[in-house]
Design a protein around this ligand. Structure first.
Ligand SMILES: [Zn+2]
Length: 439
């Protein structure tokens, strides 16, 4: 009997050993990581976009069909403050909370936090960052920069080219001081570090075939440091364009990490502009579809996470004056962003009385909107579009961020860990564990 027990014990121990080995293999086999950050993209931003697209006879958002989802808290280290993209991005990229508007470090102690992208680089993976805003803006910066304040743009640029990451694509560079001379410093510094700097969509493909490292942007962003809103320029370079190029460039047997930010979802939400926000979310979703194509070829080794750094605008599906009714078709009347419309009216130099007829070139409401006149184009545009949105049954509560929880969507090996309520530091720890990268 004693011998039987001894045999059984040995067999049990062996079995345990095998299972933990298998588990380890299981845990360590993810080597392609896509991290999508919809800046400011709360639950309603995604859901309203989905409803709107389906109303227009288009496909809904791909990531709403991901198998796993967790509600995510976004608070920063300053407990009385709602977070920003600096502290929010840092929590996602490094798994550490920091102060409002700090990036990749603790402003009080000076301690620097290493990001998952830096860890991936140091493990021999290829690394890419993409955004529709400047590549030294807070969210992409959270993956390579360590600064006390997010507005230290020139310092962040230096840390960008020193990161040695393989691929940067997006809305150019934000500068402080003389723009032309700062930009030439940036381009020269990138070139000195083996980057091909590509300004034109036509040259993207060629660079991907021959370059050692790449920084790519579109021509328009050289002047204004972000990509046009999609609603204003449907043919502009898209997040999907950059993502497609990045996948071609980064794909290698050792693995890659790619972060893609829908940065202007947040900007559209700051201006309380629903239709513009929907188009930015659609652009973001098209980039996710590029990652999904890759995922389908490598389902056992690829993880796609779609999250946000915070909610922006306090977007509400439902409005006091429309009670239980919504009229989504009314949103489709708007064909340009608030930003564009304000500039357009400004250029026309029109008198107050003409604003109402002028704006109808781009906003075909088809019915009279109750808008109080204003002599200021921007104020008029805000009232006009707000009135249109309200008539559709949609509203906002703030022009700033909110502290509401945001959803994180996930697909790929191990992503069943995304359930219930998680904190925004969760994703760093998940990716670190699931990839087996070493610090
Ligand atoms: Zn914001």
């Amino acid at each position: 009997m004693r011998r039987v027990i001894a045999y059984l014990t040995v067999a049990f121990v062996l079995l345990l050993g095998m299972t933990s080995c298998q588990e380890q293999n299981q845990q360590h086999k993810v080597k392609y990581v896509f991290l999508f950050i919809g800046d400011g993209m709360g639950l309603n931003h995604a859901y309203i976009s989905d409803v709107y697209l389906k109303y227009q006879g288009q496909e809904g958002l791909s990531f709403l069909e991901f198998p796993h989802l967790a509600l995510t808290t976004t608070n920063c280290a300053d407990t009385s403050k709602i977070t920003d993209s600096g502290a929010g991005g840092t929590a996602i990229s490094t798994g550490r909370k920091t102060q409002f508007q700090a990036i990749g470090m603790n402003r009080n102690t000076g301690e620097k936090y290493k990001s998952i992208a830096e860890i991936a680089r140091d493990n021999g993976w290829k690394v890419g960052l993409i955004t529709s805003v400047g590549l030294n803006h807070a969210t992409p910066a959270a993956f390579y920069a360590h600064v006390s304040w997010r507005n230290m743009y020139n310092v962040i640029s230096q840390q960008m080219w020193r990161s040695g990451f393989d691929f940067f694509g997006g809305g150019g560079i934000i500068t402080r001081g003389n723009r032309d001379s700062m930009l030439s410093v940036v381009w020269d510094s990138l070139r000195a570090r083996d980057y091909d700097v590509v300004f034109n969509k036509e040259n993207f493909d060629k660079a991907v075939k021959s370059a050692k490292k790449i920084f790519m942007t579109d021509t328009a962003s050289l002047e204004k440091d972000n990509i046009y809103y999609m609603i204003d320029s449907l043919s502009r370079v898209s997040l999907a364009d950059f993502t497609r190029e990045a996948i071609k460039f980064l794909d290698n047997p050792d693995g890659f990490f790619l972060m893609v930010e829908g940065g202007k979802i947040d900007w559209a939400a700051h201006t309380n502009d629903v239709a513009t926000m929907v188009y930015e979310t659609l652009d973001f979703d098209r980039a996710i579809r590029e990652a999904l194509k890759f995922y389908k070829q490598h389902p056992d080794e690829t993880v796609i996470i779609v999250t946000a750094d915070h909610e922006t605008g306090g977007l509400s599906y439902g409005y006091n004056a429309t009670h239980y009714d919504t009229y989504f078709y009314r949103l489709a009347a708007q064909h340009r962003s608030k930003h564009f419309l304000a500039q357009y009216l400004q250029k026309q130099g029109a008198e107050t009385y003409a604003f109402n007829s002028l704006i109808q070139k781009y906003v075909k409401a088809g019915f009279e909107l109750p808008v109080t006149p204003s002599t200021r184009p921007a104020a008029f545009v805000h009232r006009y579009i707000d009135s249109l949105q309200h008539s559709a049954g949609i509203s906002w509560t703030t022009h700033s961020h909110t502290g509401t929880m945001i959803p994180t969507y996930a697909i790929g090996p191990g992503t069943e860990a995304y359930h219930g309520v998680i904190d925004n530091t969760f994703t760093f720890n998940f990716l670190y564990r699931q990839t087996g990268l070493k610090k």
